[in-house]
Design a protein around this ligand. Structure first.
Ligand SMILES: [Zn+2]
Length: 235
């Protein structure tokens, strides 16, 4: 419980010192890495405590991932955001500071794309990469793993929620949570249809700010999507 309070309070302290939600942060972790014990325990399942990335629901029992790879924590993005906001860059004036910070961001982002920021809170709710409560870079794959875990929970739910003299209110409440989680997974997938990406950029950065959400390969099977798409090309 102490660890859980720690991650929630870290997030809230982040707000008090000026950080926004970074719902896109979790998108910078490939789904496969969420199941890679050594990698996820070392790097965390999302690069920001300011994401809504409660738990690593992609992890499967056979992956044997410990708490360090299951709970959110302060990550690369958060450290960068504090540096961006608070470090004295010895600027001449406000304009000079803006230019210096822009240059610094471009350098840092090139070296570590995990400092990426994305949010739907500034207006674009059609970007599939910046959703609350999602994980990884592919909602189709991540949700399949999430559903596998819900299927492990369901047969045990009555037993796991049983308490003396309880009138099934525990079960009723937790069943609602399981259904709610399933609906979140479905919502994460649906957002990939007919939306568009919005990538905040300064004029010095390459590429488009707005892009249509890529069309996946028709031959894909969700759990082998990336490999198949690379082979067959989108469409
Ligand atoms: Zn918050």
């Amino acid at each position: 419980m102490g660890n859980l309070i720690r991650f929630v309070s870290s997030h809230e302290v982040g707000h008090t010192i000026g950080l926004r939600h970074n719902m896109g942060s979790s998108n910078k972790t490939p789904v496969e890495k969420l199941r890679d014990k050594a990698w996820v325990e070392a790097n965390g399942h999302t690069a920001s405590i300011m994401d809504y990335a409660r738990f690593n629901y992609v992890a499967q029992p056979e992956d044997n991932i410990g708490r360090a790879g299951l709970f959110p924590r302060i990550g690369d993005y958060d450290k960068w955001a504090i540096e961006w906001g608070y470090k004295n860059v010895n600027a001449k004036d406000e304009e000079d500071e803006k230019k210096q910070l822009n240059k610094l961001f471009i350098e840092r982002y090139k070296a570590n794309p995990r400092i990426w920021f994305g949010t739907y809170e500034l207006g674009n709710a059609a970007d599939a990469r910046t959703q609350a409560e999602d994980l990884g870079d592919n909602a189709m794959k991540a949700s399949e793993y999430g559903i596998k875990n819900l299927k492990r929970i369901m047969p045990n739910l009555a037993e796991w929620t049983k308490e003396e003299s309880d009138n099934y209110s525990n079960l009723s409440q937790m069943y609602g949570q399981v259904v709610g989680q399933y609906q979140r997974y479905m919502g994460h997938v649906v957002r990939n249809i007919g939306g568009y990406y919005e990538t905040y950029k300064s004029v010095e950065q390459e590429g488009n700010v707005f892009e249509v959400t890529p069309k996946p390969c028709r031959k894909m099977r969700f759990l082998s999507c990336t490999r198949t798409c690379l082979k067959h090309q989108p469409g």
